[in-house]
Design a protein around this ligand. Structure first.
Ligand code: ZN
Length: 376
């Protein structure tokens, strides 16, 4: 019987970490036509990936990948450079490709007790299971800077201040207005060590311990999502600029959001959004799900917090806008599944001051609870 996720999946993840490091093929001297293809193979969840033929291939040659799930898991799809569900999958090598096998837990996560913390290795990651169709993850709030993981030198390393506190307060406040609690997944590693909202090559920067924590963080989200038939995944962040409004990301650009409601409701933008499943399952026009009174932005606005998109602010205008990162792409419904995703970039004003944060946590919990009970 599968007991939690520690024994087999940590080993599987570490094996994958080493596989991935070995997969970063070194290019020996020679003409460009002799350069080996750089294929980075990863897994989300517990499982392994077999390559055929083994060894490094050349661009233009065929490669077959076979995803082999661990006990208690099933293969779902390929992500990264490839978007496919076939297994095995044969494709033509390019110069550089990232292939991510996405595995899902088969069981319903019943070994997890709602409200009790479950930790990954060295407490770098934490999962507090819930019992509502709402999963909140916090990838950028961590403080830990262990010496065993080298500092990342490429990419963003700024922490999102007080987002872990905000996430915990939202989970706590949820029960005050609604029954039950959301699932909460936290990364406690500082972003200088791991960016848990990037593809693993960039996020973990080739370090096996960082990659293991990355895998655990992703795995906790998958375990939480597996308990949810239909529901919402929220990736919680904090803006480093002092912006006026809460920003909600649906994988639609600021330009997309300048579309009229009629344009939004034609279907193409909904199909490319992180709430694709909700848009297709609901008779309500996409524009209303996105920025009507019952949208997450609309519900926050009703509670006194300006948000974009919302009825008052249908698009972000000229300010920098975050439309959703890696986690929203992978864990929302754009590429499949019945759990929708939204990225929230909370302003500094609602995070750094404890009293203001408490008020915002109450409002966000109420908005999320209303959103979930209305749409799922
Ligand atoms: Zn962030």
């Amino acid at each position: 019987m599968r007991s939690a996720m520690r024994p087999h999946s940590a080993a599987a993840a570490l094996a994958l970490a080493l596989l991935a490091l070995a997969g970063a093929a070194c290019s020996d001297a020679g003409g460009p036509e002799k350069e080996p293809a750089r294929v980075f193979v990863f897994a989300i969840g517990a499982g392994a990936v077999e390559r055929s033929p083994g060894g490094e291939g050349r661009p233009g040659e065929a490669l077959t990948l076979t995803a082999v799930p661990a006990d208690g898991w099933r293969f779902e799809r390929w992500s990264g450079s490839l978007s496919a569900t076939a297994n095995p999958l044969t494709f033509t090598l390019g110069m550089k490709q990232t292939c991510i096998a996405v595995f899902r837990p088969i069981d319903n996560g019943s070994q997890y007790v709602p409200g009790a913390s479950h930790f990954g290795r060295n407490r770098y990651t934490e999962y507090i299971p819930g019992d509502r169709p709402l999963v909140i993850s916090v990838p950028h709030g961590g403080e830990l800077k262990p010496a065993e993981i080298p500092d990342r030198v490429n990419g963003e390393t700024t922490q999102d201040g007080f987002v872990i506190e905000l996430g915990r307060e939202v989970a706590g406040a949820y029960g005050a207005s609604f029954q039950g609690r959301p699932h909460l997944v936290l990364c406690h590693l500082h972003r200088e060590k791991l960016d848990a909202n990037r593809e693993p090559g960039e996020g973990a920067a080739g370090d096996p311990f960082a990659l293991l924590a990355w895998n655990e963080f992703q795995e906790f989200i998958l375990v939480a999502k597996a308990t949810v038939e239909r529901g919402l995944y929220l990736d919680l962040h904090g803006q480093s600029d002092d912006e006026a409004r809460q920003q909600l990301g649906y994988l639609l650009s600021a330009q997309d959001l300048r579309s009229t409601d009629a344009e939004l409701d034609q279907g193409a933008l909904a199909a490319g959004s992180s709430i694709r499943h909700l848009a297709q399952a609901s008779a309500v026009p996409f524009s209303r799900l996105l920025r009507g009174p019952g949208s997450l932005g609309g519900l926050l606005e009703k509670l006194g917090y300006e948000a974009v998109p919302s009825p008052q602010w249908p698009h972000p205008g000229a300010v920098p806008y975050y439309d959703g990162g890696y986690n929203t792409q992978v864990h929302g419904s754009r590429d499949g599944g019945t759990v929708d995703g939204i990225q929230l970039e909370a302003t500094r004003k609602v995070r750094f001051d404890a009293v203001a944060r408490g008020h915002f946590a109450d409002a966000l919990a109420r908005a999320l609870g209303e959103f979930v009970s209305t749409w799922y």
